[in-house]
Design a protein around this ligand. Structure first.
Ligand code: T3D
Length: 263
């Protein structure tokens, strides 16, 4: 695609999306956030894309907001912080959560600030052993954004979430794994192959059911048992009418591997 700050290519049903501002550790300025939003919109509407890998170019995953954009070194006035959140980060996190296709985030280096929290909005986070995570906000006098105050306590518990957000210290990929913040850690040279293998496997699964499962799990975070049971009934009603459900059952009965089309 003709994007500059976001590279995007597709193969075997997987969209590989790369944050591409390596000189500033792939930090987000507003054009890059807009490009990523546009890529996610395209992926959402492309039936042939059945899984996504999100990663960063160069030595970092993402250093969060480009601080030169919001506080220009020449002393000129940058955009309002709340405006940047509304335009850049909230729509990104909402798109990642609402995308009814699995997103594998491959953390190839440091993930700081909004970069760390955008990763947490993905469905699987794989990190290189050399990668690290920092809730960098407090170090510059800000509060965590991009869903950090929502996802962190749910993933790691309140005590660890407070330590991460209030101290702003860097933690290693291994620590993030031990905290239950991420899915797996790999040797740096194997990270992309592992991410591709997982995404390719997901791209051959029943995409509709994966998307509905993702929707149900997210809805459970602020649901009652009653509302969740009702949602499961509704979503199962949709999945039960899918081509892949019929193929799955037929394959089971015929003692063969199912061939899911995503429909
Ligand atoms: O509008 C708003 O502000 C609201 C939005 C908030 C969302 C947020 O994400 S707030 C948090 C913003 N991010 C940070 O505060 C992180 C700042 N960066 C760092 O703390 C460190 O760079 C890292 C821990 C991420 C990595 O450290 P290190 O030692 O590996 O690299 P470095 O030398 O600090 O950085 C390398 C280059 O990238 C350097 O440029 P130079 O000197 O080579 O020309 C550095 O200035 C640049 N860079 C790193 N992070 C950012 C950045 N440039 C702009 N913005 C950045 N966030």
């Amino acid at each position: 695609m003709a994007h500059e700050m976001i590279r995007s290519e597709e193969r075997s049903g997987v969209a590989f999306v790369t944050l591409n501002r390596p000189d500033v550790l792939n930090s987000f300025n507003r054009p890059m956030a807009r490009e990523l939003q546009a890529v996610l919109d395209r992926v959402a509407g492309a039936a042939e894309v059945r899984a996504v890998v999100l990663t960063g170019a160069g030595r970092a995953f993402c250093a969060g907001q480009d601080l030169a954009e919001v506080v220009p070194p020449d002393g000129s006035r940058g955009p309002e912080v709340a405006e940047v959140i509304a335009e850049s980060y909230n729509p990104l996190v909402q798109r990642l959560v609402a995308l009814e296709k699995p997103v594998v985030c491959a953390i190839n280096g440091v993930a700081a600030g909004a970069g760390a929290n955008i990763a947490l909005a993905c469905d699987f986070v794989l990190a290189a052993k050399s990668a690290s995570f920092i809730q960098a906000f407090i170090n510059i006098g800000l509060v965590p954004d991009s869903g950090g105050t929502f996802f962190l306590p749910r993933l790691v518990g309140m005590a660890r979430a407070k330590a991460l957000a209030l101290l702003g210290e860097r933690i290693s990929a291994e620590q993030a794994l031990a905290f239950g913040m991420i899915h797996a850690v790999h040797e740096p040279e194997k990270l992309m192959a592992e991410a591709e293998a997982l995404a390719t496997r997901l791209a051959q699964m029943p995409t509709l059911a994966l998307g509905l499962t993702k929707r149900a799990l997210h809805a459970s975070l602020d649901a009652t048992l009653e509302s969740q049971l009702e949602l499961e009934r509704t979503l199962q009603g949709i999945a039960g009418k899918s081509h892949d459900y019929h193929e799955g059952v037929k394959a089971f009965q015929e003692k063969r591997k199912p061939k899911f089309s995503g429909r």
